[in-house]
Design a protein around this ligand. Structure first.
Ligand code: PHE
Ligand code: NA
Length: 460
């Protein structure tokens, strides 16, 4: 028998390696891939940014993902308890678990506004379906977006719909919820994405998009772009939020963490690049700007969808794709906190999910109001660097620039320096060279890189 597969079996395991890969990919593939990656690439000049991003994924992202999955599987509890157990087994201070505490708090906060943006995707499925983009001009399309953001009621309705979808799945637990949804949605998402790329190939501007994404112009690369690439590598792989620990806690001991993490990172990267290949040809064929920023998906693309044959169909499919991607990611953001409440209180799965879901939904209202009624409320406005930042902006800033790097840094230090090498070797199941590369990455490269970003973001 494989050690560990028997203990505490009641909490369940993913049914297979593939089930874990699909669920973890469901977490990784999200708004980050389809909404954020194309626009940050556009803003940062294309090819050279993509190369730096790929390096960050390989050298920092994958090693941290392995570390997080290791911690979850070794502890087989919610992320906080898992870290404490691993620390105790290695005769180290249980205080290391602060890393999971920070990560889980970040997951909770991020979910509160991720759900608001997930709600935008849901509302855009409706807009595309009923033909609201048809024959649209830049002004009419922009008006759809600004009307949505200006309406607390519309935002609240869609935020509520989205959060309800998330709670529904998580409340059904591992096999009937997380695993079932991932095995249905992820293959569907991939098919939809390939359809979108197929369409993009017919625009006559596919080659332009390929060279934009893959022809590096290093003169356009700034230090700031490197920092953005690193931050995005973290976000896109769902790291620093205890998510991979929670998912790893259901992984059987006989599955190689090394190969599995590489598969997930590969899928996430492939989806980001395919999203770029689906979006940029359409953008270029309308002579629109690649550097449109956050509006790229909600303003630029609908303009294109409104003016192509069968645009309502492609538009609808595209926003369903975005919605599915956001949904499986949001599920993974809720899971760690629910796992913790379930283990720490007398509440069962469904009750824990509803309690955490409702609290997170309520916090989301602050982000909704920041977009309209409270757009002038800037709680830290007295500090120059936070001038003009709404509550939404601040939640985003502190999670992305403080909490995620802090949690990631502590995780890397803990796994790299406090956990016994033998136990890592056994669990990661990497061959000699691969293990040495990983071990050096987690001990030296990752902490240094994260510290640099951390310091720069806070001080500069
Ligand atoms: N990885 C997701 C994305 O790219 C975001 C996310 C982060 C989801 C953390 C879950 C946890 O959109
Ligand atoms: Na991602």
């Amino acid at each position: 028998p494989v050690p560990g597969n028997g203990d505490d079996a009641s909490r369940g395991f993913w049914s297979s390696r593939l089930a874990f890969i699909l669920a973890a990919t469901g977490s990784a593939v999200g708004l980050g891939n389809i909404w954020k990656f194309p626009y940050v690439t556009g803003e940062n000049g294309g090819g050279a940014f993509v190369i730096v991003y790929l390096i960050c994924i390989a050298v920092i992202g994958v090693p941290i993902m392995m570390a997080e999955v290791f911690l979850g599987r070794n502890g087989r509890h919610n992320p906080i308890t898992s870290m404490r157990l691993v620390a105790e087994r290695n005769l180290k201070s249980p205080a290391w678990r602060v890393s999971a505490v920070v990560g889980m708090l970040a997951a909770f906060i991020i979910l509160s506004f991720y759900s608001v943006i997930g709600g935008w995707s849901a509302s855009y499925v409706e807009h595309a379906l009923v033909g609201d983009f048809a024959g649209g001009t830049a002004d009419s399309i922009n008006a759809i977006f600004s009307d949505l953001l200006a309406s607390p009621i519309q935002l609240l309705i869609w935020h509520t719909v989205f959060m309800a979808l998330v709670v529904l799945v998580v409340s059904r637990g591992l096999k009937g919820g997380l695993e079932r949804v991932a095995t249905i949605l992820m293959p569907t998402l991939l098919v939809l994405l390939l359809v979108a790329v197929g369409y993009a190939m017919t625009t006559g501007h596919f080659g332009e998009a390929v060279s934009f994404l893959f022809k590096p112009d290093f003169s356009a690369l700034t230090f700031n772009a490197v920092l953005i690439a690193l931050g995005h590598a973290f976000f896109t792989l769902s790291l620093g939020m205890a998510v991979m620990m929670a998912y790893g806690s259901y992984l059987r001991r006989d599955i190689s963490i090394g190969r599995t993490a590489i598969s997930v990172a590969f899928m996430d990267t492939a989806v980001a690049l395919l999203a770029g290949l689906a979006i940029f040809p359409v953008v270029f064929s309308f002579g629109l700007e690649a550097s449109a920023g956050p509006g790229l998906i909600f303003q630029t693309l609908p303009l294109a969808f409104g003016n192509i044959p069968m645009g309502w169909l492609f538009g609808t499919l595209f926003f369903i794709l975005l919605l599915f991607a956001a949904w499986t990611s949001a599920i993974s953001l809720l899971e760690p906190v629910v796992e913790w409440v379930e283990e720490k209180t007398s509440l069962a799965r469904a009750g824990s999910t509803i309690v955490v879901g409702v609290l997170c939904w309520a916090l989301g209202i602050a982000s909704i109001l920041s977009l309209n009624v409270w757009s002038d409320v800037t709680p830290l406005g007295m500090f120059e660097r936070f001038e003009g930042k709404t509550i939404f902006d601040l939640l985003d800033f502190f999670t992305a620039n403080v909490m995620l790097p802090l949690s990631g840094l502590l995780t890397a230090l803990f796994v790299g320096w406090a956990v016994a090498k033998e136990s890592l070797k056994l669990d990661l199941a990497l061959d000699g060279t691969a293990f040495t590369l990983w071990y050096n990455a987690i001990r030296y490269v990752t902490p240094v890189a994260v510290l640099v970003v951390f310091a720069y973001n806070l001080l500069a």
